[in-house]
Design a binder for this molecule. Structure first.
Ligand SMILES: Cc1cc2nc3c(=O)[nH]c(=O)nc-3n(C[C@H](O)[C@H](O)[C@H](O)COP(=O)(O)OP(=O)(O)OC[C@H]3O[C@@H](n4cnc5c(N)ncnc54)[C@H](O)[C@@H]3O)c2cc1C
Length: 333
């Protein structure tokens, strides 16, 4: 039997989290190196369209567990469904998004299957000799990159943050097989019941922003973010931040970029008064174009910047805002 590379398709109310498709793109590469197959797991209720979508993003086969018990996420029911599938089909690799849901689920599955789990990986490849999965992630405060193996247990499991891998091309003409599976669990057997749901208003969408205007300690205080917000609004982007300023209480954690914040991949990343510590860079180094403004010409951020400006951000920012305003006034975006 060919090794199976599995991707869990995360969904909420029938809408897939894009990290699922990013993982399918990576899974195709891994499956190629293993001479194996790319397969997706879709669990939920009324979610068959997602199984077809998974095929469009590269799954050759999709295991579909469609059951009213899976109407909304509960660790118990989703873990039960996935563990059952793993025991039946014995995948080589299982990838999940490092989202709140994915992190919750992955730990339960790995524990039940008595296998290893590498959280928040930044790189995945197949060892050409042993065919083991090499899972890379920052360790020791981001100062080294650790390669983690799980040679003796299967599946080899990883969670991967959104935007770590690029979104593959969607091809609706792709063909694949949908295999329907039973959940094997009735509502009476489930211990956790949902009595209500209070959605948290999500105000920041850093991971999928096309433009991010970020600030660090060089802003000198929380009021510096007013200028960044103004520029971000003009550019249709989001405001990001370094951990130093989040820890200082200048801005909320949901704006933090980096190893212990969000991984981002915008078209343009503007860094104002950010030194560019490795823990910050790992979160934004996949940006298409980086513009950095810093008074220190030796700041590490300049090593990865496409455009570096050595200067005081309080001189450059107002001038930039003015220039963008003028440009917009002329009808240009
Ligand atoms: C386990 C661990 C996890 C971490 N996770 C993260 C993370 O997720 N994200 C993160 O960002 N950090 C993280 N850090 C912290 C990281 O190591 C740095 O301390 C942090 O990124 C520094 O933030 P900063 O660049 O804003 O501040 P600083 O390093 O103090 O840099 C401020 C910069 O502003 C410049 N500057 C000063 N005044 C001006 C001015 N007027 N105009 C222009 N430039 C000016 C200075 O030259 C300097 O380069 C983590 C650390 C550890 C140990």
């Amino acid at each position: 039997m060919n090794p199976r590379v599995w991707v869990f398709v995360e969904q909420e109310e029938g809408r897939a989290h894009p990290v699922s498709w990013e993982l399918l793109g990576k899974a195709r590469e891994l499956a190629k190196d293993l001479s194996g197959g790319v397969e997706a797991l879709v669990l939920g209720h009324g979610v068959e369209p997602l199984a077809r979508e998974a095929i469009a993003y590269g799954a050759e086969r999709v295991y579909l567990v469609d059951d009213p018990v899976l109407e909304y996420y509960r660790n118990e029911t989703y873990a039960h469904g996935i563990i059952r599938l793993c025991e039946k089909y014995r995948p080589e690799i299982l990838l999940l998004g490092a989202t709140t849901l994915g992190r919750d689920l992955a730990g339960s599955i790995a524990t039940a299957l008595e296998t290893g789990l590498t959280a928040d990986v930044t790189g995945l490849e197949i060892d050409p000799e042993t065919k083991n999965l090499i899972m890379t992630r920052p360790a020791f405060g981001g100062n080294i990159m650790a390669s983690i193996l799980c040679p003796d247990h299967r599946p080899q499991m990883s969670t991967v943050r959104p935007r770590t891998f690029p979104l593959p091309e969607r091809d609706p003409s792709r063909e694949g097989e949908i295999v329907r599976e039973e959940l094997g669990l009735s509502e009476d057997e489930v211990r956790v019941k949902r009595v209500g749901f209070i959605p948290k208003e999500k105000t920041v969408n850093l991971e999928y922003a096309e433009v991010i205007v970020s600030g660090g300690r060089g802003l000198g205080g929380p009021e510096g973010f007013d200028l960044l917000k103004e520029l971000a609004a003009l550019l249709g982007g989001e405001v990001g931040a370094s951990r130093a300023v989040v820890d200082a209480g200048w801005i909320d954690y949901e704006h933090q970029v980096g190893q212990t914040g969000k991984t981002v991949r915008p078209r343009v990343y503007l860094a104002f008064g950010i030194s560019g510590a490795i823990q910050h860079r790992v979160g934004m180094q996949n940006s298409d174009f980086v513009i950095a403004v810093n008074t220190d010409p030796e700041a590490p951020i300049f090593r990865i910047a496409d455009l570096g400006i050595v200067g005081d951000l309080y001189e450059i920012l107002p001038a930039l805002i003015e220039a963008v305003r003028k440009e917009k006034g002329h009808g240009e975006p």
